[in-house]
Design a binder for this molecule. Structure first.
Ligand code: GLN
Length: 484
């Protein structure tokens, strides 16, 4: 049983020669073969190249040549991150045939660390959604209950890690897409500070919000991943040139004298009672460990979802203009001239949610509406940032539920986009302010995992990871595995 294990557990086995990366990688593919019919976490599997990378990793270990904690470890990559020579579809028909000629920086870094890329995970088309049901390929199912969604948009990555189909995975988070699926699938998900991880080679959704981060079985694995993923990249002008700490060093189980702010607005109406109870209990655990818990209010949260659904679609409408059938991706065969080629390509290539976002965004940016919608949204974004600054001036870390409910049923919200949008009520404000936040398991309701969100100051990943680690060391939730 290698599949339920963490990166750090397997690293010890690999380094001690108890198991080889080839064996481990083969075991993972056997696990995938067994469970993938039910979970459907992947869009593309890259077994051949994975085994090549595993052989190279074994050699590296044998020669004691620059071994890292990720050397020989099977990793899954969300399918909106470019992988040279391997399909990168964004779970969209418009990129169904797209094989990138280059690697995303995070993929380059994972490969350099010796990780084994086992495949590309499913997502809501172009990362637009909260359930992975907007994938043009297939919906992914939650390993804890196959009738429920894994969350989204990094639902494939979260489900793969939870089901033991990958040891660890990458995700991207624009409004909650790492944290909400982490919460639904009972794993750890970290959205780093905007600019902490390079987005070069990440297919852009909303460029002022997008950030890449890890999904893992525990906080230590998240730190191991961040040690590789974080850092400045000249290929991404929004990546910040600032030293990368050793995140693993930050993992001391001590929150004494730390001040944690429980967000009032996320502990009231609209949040499931059992979710609230679990978060309250987590706060009590922190208090027992010597932290001080205060209540903080961020009144502008009320407008966060509305603000996000102007800014994110506006940016998406611009970013997605590049998919025109000319240079890459799908091209309609029904074209009579250039304009009809554009029309037909985009009509055939994009799914309904993506079209909805492009239309919303184009509308919000159009002359006559720009001031009323887009500009107004930018102003509210500033208010949200200020609320965070105020709250984080009073405490070290903010805590809240990651999502208002546990995983919902497949099909439950597909007919009602607004209800779907509201499942990101706790995660969206964090992206608007560019802050780092982490979700970790803190309980169950009806057999489904509940996530606790920890939010920090810009570039305070170490603080939230330390805080998460302390909780993990004193609870057992992160050890639970689904029965799939
Ligand atoms: N669920 C949100 C949306 O649909 C966030 C998605 C994301 O973070 N990529 O936009």
């Amino acid at each position: 049983m290698t599949h339920g294990k963490t990166v750090h557990e397997l690293h010890s086995q690999l380094a001690a020669g108890k198991i080889s990366s080839v064996e481990l990688t083969k075991a993972l593919f056997e696990r995938i073969e067994k469970t993938e019919d039910q979970v459907k976490a992947f869009v593309t599997l890259s077994k051949e190249t994975a085994l090549e990378q595993a052989r190279a990793a074994d050699l590296r270990i044998k020669n004691n040549d620059n071994i890292t904690p990720l050397t020989g470890i099977p990793v899954a990559v969300k399918d909106n991150m470019c992988t040279q020579g391997i399909l990168t579809t964004c779970s969209s028909k418009i990129l169904a045939n797209y094989i990138p000629p280059y690697d995303a920086t995070v993929v380059t870094k994972l490969k350099a660390a010796g990780a084994v890329i086992i495949g590309k995970t499913n997502l809501d088309e172009f990362a637009m959604g909260s359930s992975t049901e907007n994938s043009a390929v297939h919906p992914t199912r939650n390993p804890w209950d196959l009738a429920t969604v894994p969350g989204g948009s990094s639902g494939g990555s979260a489900a793969a890690v939870a089901a033991g189909e990958a040891i660890v995975a990458t995700g991207s988070d624009t409004g909650g897409s790492i944290r909400q699926p982490a919460s639904f699938c009972g794993v750890v998900g970290l959205k780093p500070t905007y600019g902490r991880v390079s987005r070069y080679g990440l297919v852009a959704f909303a460029s002022s919000l997008d950030q890449i981060g890890p999904l893992s079985k525990d906080v230590t694995d998240a730190a191991i991943m961040m040690n590789v993923l974080a850092g400045h990249d000249i290929k991404d002008s929004t990546s910040v040139d600032r030293p990368v700490p050793d995140y693993r060093q930050a993992l001391v189980s001590d929150v004494k004298k730390m001040k944690l702010g429980l967000i009032k607005e996320l502990m009231g109406q609209g949040i499931d009672a059992e979710v609230k109870a679990a978060v309250k209990k987590a706060a009590d655990t922190y208090a027992d460990l010597g932290a001080e818990i205060i209540e903080v209010s961020l009144p502008s949260f009320e407008s966060a979802v509305a603000t996000y659904y102007l800014i994110a679609p506006a940016e998406a409408s611009s970013n997605l203009a590049r998919f025109d059938g000319v240079k890459f991706g799908h091209r309609s065969k029904e074209a009579k001239d250039l304009i009809s080629m554009y029309y037909n390509t985009r009509r055939e290539g994009f799914g309904p949610e993506v079209k909805r976002r492009i239309m919303l965004g184009t509308y919000a940016l159009s002359a006559g509406y720009y001031d009323a919608y887009y500009l107004k949204a930018l102003k509210v974004r500033t208010l949200i940032k200020r609320d965070f600054e105020k709250a984080l001036g009073r405490c070290d870390v903010l805590i809240s539920p990651t999502a208002p409910t546990v995983a919902f049923k497949i099909g439950e919200k597909t007919a009602d986009p607004l209800a779907m949008y509201l499942s990101d009520i706790a995660t969206i404000p964090v992206n608007l302010a560019g802050l780092p936040a982490l979700s970790l398991p803190c309980g169950f309701s009806g057999g489904l995992p509940i996530g606790l969100q920890l939010i920090g100051q810009p570039f305070a990943e170490e603080t939230i990871m330390r805080c998460a680690f302390a909780y993990e060391q004193n609870t057992e939730w992160h050890k639970a595995r689904p029965n799939v």
